[in-house]
Design a protein around this ligand. Structure first.
Ligand SMILES: [Zn+2]
Length: 81
């Protein structure tokens, strides 16, 4: 999907929120002299910031494994003693 600058007609990048040729963008009404960031924030970076603590996801598995091992030990001891 190609975007075209309504001000100067230059081709815009897919994520571009402003024209790199004339500096126009949607917020300033595509007028000259605009000074904004060229691209929207990186989506992957936002996801990593929100859900970056992946190491904690292993803890429930470790806890459940310990409980199962303990249950097996109790079962065996109750059978043999
Ligand atoms: Zn332009």
């Amino acid at each position: 999907m190609k975007n075209i600058c309504p001000h100067c007609g230059a081709e815009l990048a897919p994520k571009a929120i402003a024209c790199q040729s004339c500096g126009s963008d949607a917020q300033t009404g595509w007028s000259e002299g605009a000074s904004v960031d060229w691209e929207l924030p990186d989506y992957d970076e936002i996801i990593e910031n929100e859900f970056g603590n992946k190491k904690k996801a292993h803890w429930p598995v470790i806890v459940i494994s310990c409980i199962l091992v303990a249950a097996l030990i109790i079962t065996f001891t109750s059978i043999f003693f």
